[in-house]
Ligand binder design. Structure first.
Ligand code: HEC
Ligand code: HEC
Ligand code: HEC
Ligand code: HEC
Length: 435
């Protein structure tokens, strides 16, 4: 088939096939999820190889089904680990438990499921790209149908880092309806980790196949959008799971404030506590810290780019204190925390990124991490993902391979984390890049 006939058939078939499932007038009701099968035709997104007729690769379905961890998200609920988690929690089989399906499948009300929609498809195309009912029939008719028109019909603007952050963090951090509780963690669920830039690239190239051709959105912009998005989700979890009960779910706190080595100086939190200027988020001795890896990155960014963060810090300290001693204050402190986050986030997002900014932030992040500002394995890991992204931006990631490997080696096992070793590796990382 010639290239132009592929294009013509694509316009015909991709429009008609999904349209067959359409029935009643649907303009006012929320759009239906049509299911992965609706995208899988070899002329749409199911080509075995990348095609060049369109800007898009057209093999997204094959890439997804064979290489994308999301295609496996439902199946993983049937494996031994999930069985064990569910049994320990006493919630029946994992693959039918709403608590698990919430993030491991596309859970939508029955009325919004198209005929091809299947729970067993796991995290499918529409989990990220949005319910397809209204854009599916026409979205491929570019340039006659514009991207803006697709967006108006409900396609999600994933090219915008802020929007993408909102989509991914809904599952990778959790939201109002999706919650990876402490009970799940204690029953064996992996601790959730997230960095938008790192995770986008890990996922985009999983299995060595590209899901889409990378555009030139700058990595630091994506990184910052992810930090802001994840922090907003954390506030959402605090609102839902801390403000409403006398004993907030433990998962809203930094895991390692409880799960830690009992030697007093094991993580170096006390050293950092020496002066509040050195670690404004340290809290009082023995206080539970909230999950603050992302917040700590924000402080480094603000500091490096000379943005005023005093009122942001004050708001975070009040939030931290409410979480420890006065849940009644939570709604008010959360409102203030959100305002401050928006203000700082706005200032950060407006900054343009040049090599100079990347350099300055990299140096500031290494300095902060070396002085103990990322005091536990989760926070240290958050810093490490950012550092590696910045090194790549500076084109130093290849020449610093050994140091990067050594850095991640210190993070491989939470239980073996040693803050001093982590900082020693950072000394190596800093040396040749110092100006
Ligand atoms: C808030 C969303 C969320 C909820 C709720 C959730 N999970 Fe997960 N789960 C994830 C994410 C995200 C990952 C991948 C974590 C990573 O690697 O960063 C994951 C990973 C896993 C893994 C490891 C998969 C692998 O390939 O290593 C298992 C097993 C698992 N989940 C089972 C469950 C079970 C069983 C439940 C219900 C008790 C559940 N999950 C509830 C989001 C969730
Ligand atoms: C985990 C979330 C996720 C899943 C699941 C997913 N995608 Fe994507 N997809 C993205 C993101 C993010 C982009 C990049 C968007 C951008 O930067 O324009 C993308 C890009 C694309 C593009 C290129 C768009 C363009 O304008 O260049 C196509 C086509 C696509 N996806 C189709 C699919 C299909 C078909 C499936 C299911 C088989 C699927 N995607 C599953 C997140 C996802
Ligand atoms: C509907 C929930 C959901 C959404 C939305 C989602 N994910 Fe996931 N993601 C998961 C689950 C569940 C897993 C674990 C799957 C497994 O291992 O079987 C996962 C796994 C991953 C992994 C593999 C992690 C590892 O340790 O190997 C990456 C990377 C990832 N997701 C990135 C993203 C990105 C980037 C986005 C947004 C564009 C996104 N995800 C959106 C639920 C989701
Ligand atoms: C407020 C303190 C606190 C926080 C914060 C906390 N936990 Fe726990 N965790 C506990 C307690 C108490 C137990 C039960 C210990 C027992 O059964 O002896 C526990 C048990 C566990 C277990 C089971 C350990 C075992 O030996 O069976 C795991 C795994 C776990 N937590 C992971 C996490 C993760 C991941 C986080 C962060 C998302 C976290 N915890 C946050 C207090 C905490």
């Amino acid at each position: 088939m010639s290239r132009s006939s592929v294009v013509v058939s694509m316009i015909v078939l991709c429009g008609v096939l999904p349209a067959l499932g359409l029935t009643a007038d649907t303009t006012s009701s929320p759009p239906r999820f049509e299911g992965v099968a609706s995208c899988a035709s070899s002329l749409c997104h199911g080509s075995a190889r990348p095609l060049s007729a369109h800007e898009v690769l057209q093999n997204e379905y094959v890439t997804w089904s064979q290489f994308d961890p999301h295609a496996n998200a439902y199946r993983v609920l049937l494996d031994a680990r999930s069985k064990q988690i569910a049994a320990r929690m006493g919630i029946g089989p994992a693959h039918t438990a709403p608590q698990c399906l919430a993030c491991h499948a596309e859970v939508v009300p029955a009325a919004r499921r198209g005929v091809r929609h299947q729970l067993s498809d796991g995290v499918g195309c529409e989990s990220c790209h949005g319910a397809a009912e209204r854009w599916l029939p026409t979205h491929h008719q570019s340039p006659a149908v514009t991207h803006a028109e697709n967006l108006a019909r409900g396609l999600t603007a994933l090219e915008r880092p802020g929007v993408r952050a909102e989509v991914c963090t809904g599952c990778h951090v959790g939201d109002r309806n999706r919650f990876a509780s402490h009970a799940m963690m204690a029953a064996g669920h992996p601790r959730l980790v997230f960095d938008l830039e790192t995770y986008t690239e890990l996922w985009r190239t999983s299995g060595g196949r590209e899901h889409y051709r990378k555009r030139d959105t700058q990595a630091p912009t994506v990184w910052i959008a992810g930090i802001l998005g994840a922090t907003r989700r954390q506030f959402e979890l605090l609102e839902v799971h801390a403000a409403r009960s006398a004993r907030p779910d433990f998962s809203v706190y930094a895991c390692h404030t409880c799960h830690r080595d009992l030697r007093v100086a094991a993580f170096g939190t006390n050293e950092a506590r020496g002066s509040q200027a050195a670690d404004p988020l340290a809290g009082a001795p023995g206080e539970l810290r909230m999950q603050d890896g992302q917040l700590r990155l924000l402080l480094v960014l603000a500091d490096a780019l000379q943005l005023d963060s005093q009122s942001f810090i004050a708001a975070m300290r009040r939030l931290q204190s409410a979480l420890n001693s006065d849940p009644a204050q939570l709604p008010g402190t959360l409102r203030e925390a959100r305002q401050q986050l928006d203000a700082l986030g706005g200032a950060l997002t407006r900054r343009s990124w040049q090599t100079r900014e990347t350099r300055v932030v990299f140096d500031a992040l290494v300095r902060a991490a070396r002085s103990g500002s990322f005091p536990d394995p989760a926070a240290a890991e958050q810093a490490a993902m950012g550092l590696v992204m910045l090194l790549a931006e500076l084109d130093l990631d290849r020449s610093r391979r050994a140091e990067i490997d050594a850095l991640f080696a210190t993070l491989r096992d939470d239980n073996a984390f040693d803050g001093r070793r982590f900082r020693r590796v950072l000394d190596q990382l800093e040396k040749p890049t110092a100006r």
